[in-house]
Design a protein around this ligand. Structure first.
Ligand SMILES: [Zn+2]
Length: 80
């Protein structure tokens, strides 16, 4: 039986979800045991595809966010 693209994508989506769930615990452990010795430079975080949040520094080993820049939502317009 031929599988539809939609079906195949659904199957893959659930597989990646399963994979993420399977490794979640390992990632937690890695972050607990990590000494966070190598920290990246400031990089833009993304809270959704194409939507950038504040700049963050993350551990190069475990990906944990080490520092978040202050993010002021009130943009100064020069009148204040
Ligand atoms: Zn780390």
């Amino acid at each position: 039986m031929k599988e539809t693209t939609e079906k195949a994508m659904k199957r893959h989506a659930s597989e990646i979800e399963e994979m993420t769930a399977r490794h979640e615990h390992e990632i937690d452990e890695l972050r607990i045991n990590c000494k966070h010795k190598k920290v990246s430079d400031w990089t833009k975080s993304m809270w959704a595809t194409g939507h950038y949040g504040p700049s963050v520094k993350t551990c190069k080993n475990c990906g944990l966010v080490m520092e978040t820049e202050e993010w002021n939502l009130e943009v100064k317009d020069g009148r204040g």
